[in-house]
Design a protein around this ligand. Structure first.
Ligand code: DGL
Length: 262
């Protein structure tokens, strides 16, 4: 059985997870779905996201994917457990990985920046406290950061001021570790580090997800290492963004939701 991994996110963020996976596992075929037509996921209701994610998982299963990565913290926090109950394909999220890395490194409090849905679900707080119940966790919802990154990712550089405004509530004096709890955020890791100062260590959960995929890859035969990208939004726009991020030519196909009740 060749390794065929289905990776999805609401937009370009999950490509940061794809990049890490490809560093460790170059022979897997990756099908990437960006639900850009429904971005952002971070402020939508669980009911709405349930329909979108079921559709995406159905598409993966129709394409005989044998491992699914929720490359989206929002979908992981709200839906991963439910989806695991109703499907047999193995699924990996990003939150356990982020909580694991953060608790291994933190000596002081841990900050988590993420979408409002992820923060208000308390998924990171719970996952971190399952590993270390005495550590302080500060969740900071960022309402605009995903939109800023989606808008600016094809430009020469990201504008620092709006990113700084989004991070205004991070209690820098109480933490030494900050989890990038949205897969879009590693794209502005440099800017975030500039704002927090070098003494705060930033955690990208994708690094641990990629190791997990490497570990699991022993159970599969090698695929061809292809990357097939689909979007429910504009193909032209997504292609430009994906090429800017991945630094290579990308062919992007249309993804159409099978049922859409919202
Ligand atoms: N990249 C996604 C995440 O990790 C969601 C961004 C959004 O659509 O709000 O949560």
């Amino acid at each position: 059985m060749n390794m065929r991994i289905g990776v999805f996110d609401s937009g370009i963020g999950g490509l940061t997870v794809v990049q890490e996976i490809q560093k460790y596992v170059s022979h897997a075929d990756i099908l990437y779905i960006a639900d850009s037509g429904n971005l952002p996921y971070g402020t939508k209701s669980k009911e709405e996201l349930t329909v979108y994610v079921h559709n995406i998982l159905d598409s993966f299963e129709a394409q005989e994917v044998n491992l699914i990565i929720f490359a989206c913290n929002t979908a992981t926090s709200l839906l991963l457990e439910d989806m695991r109950k109703s499907r047999e394909t193995p699924m990996i999220g990003v939150i356990e990985a982020g909580a694991y890395l953060a608790t291994r490194r933190a000596k002081k409090g841990i900050g988590v920046i993420a979408t409002p849905n992820t923060i208000f679900s308390k998924a990171y707080e719970d996952a971190i406290h399952r590993k270390n119940e005495s550590i302080d966790v500060y969740g900071i919802p960022c309402f605009e950061l995903v939109n800023i990154i989606e808008r600016e990712c094809t430009q020469e550089s990201y504008p620092l001021y709006p990113i700084k405004q989004e991070l205004g509530a991070v209690p820098l004096s109480r933490i030494d570790t900050l989890v990038l709890g949205c897969t879009h955020y590693p794209l502005v890791e440099k800017e975030i580090q500039q704002i927090t100062g070098e003494e705060i260590q930033l955690i990208n959960p994708a690094l641990e997800v990629a190791k997990e995929v490497l570990y699991l890859s022993a159970h599969y035969e090698k695929g061809e290492g292809g990357l097939y990208i689909y979007t429910s939004g504009s193909i032209v726009q997504f292609q430009a963004k994906a090429e800017a991020i991945l630094g290579q030519n990308c062919k992007v196909y249309k993804y159409i939701h099978k049922e859409k009740s919202f």
